[in-house]
Design a protein around this ligand. Structure first.
Ligand code: FES
Length: 116
């Protein structure tokens, strides 16, 4: 397995708790995603709500609820666990966000594009 590293942002670009959206082109496909920082750990998901496929954010880089405790979809208010992307409230309860593999190196975050 070979994994390409694609730059997302610098670690310091995200406050804790906080989030940041990104857009990366892979093989002419645009991947829209976002990263969340919680308890010193980063989590990344596609910016596509399992309810309708709509982007979750209504303000740029804002993917968390008021408490910074859950991911929130701004369209119909679904809430997701930050650690695993599972929806625990809203119209898509029981579904999950699609996780993206990321790594941190030298204060930078990269998404892994895994090729087999
Ligand atoms: S589009 Fe996200 S809850 Fe409806």
């Amino acid at each position: 397995m070979k994994a390409n590293k694609l730059f997302i942002c610098n670690v310091d670009d995200i406050e804790e708790p906080g989030s940041r959206g990104f857009s990366i082109e892979i093989d002419e496909e645009i991947i829209e995603g976002f990263v969340v920082l919680k308890d010193g750990q980063f989590f990344a998901y596609r910016n596509s709500c399992p309810h309708t496929g709509a982007p979750l954010d209504w303000v740029e880089h804002q993917f968390l609820d008021m408490d910074g405790a859950l991911i929130q979809c701004a369209v119909h208010d679904a809430r997701f666990i930050i650690d695993d992307g599972k929806c625990i409230a809203g119209p898509c309860a029981g579904d999950s966000l699609q996780k993206l593999e990321i790594i941190q190196q030298d204060k930078k975050l990269f998404m892994l594009d895994q090729k087999f």
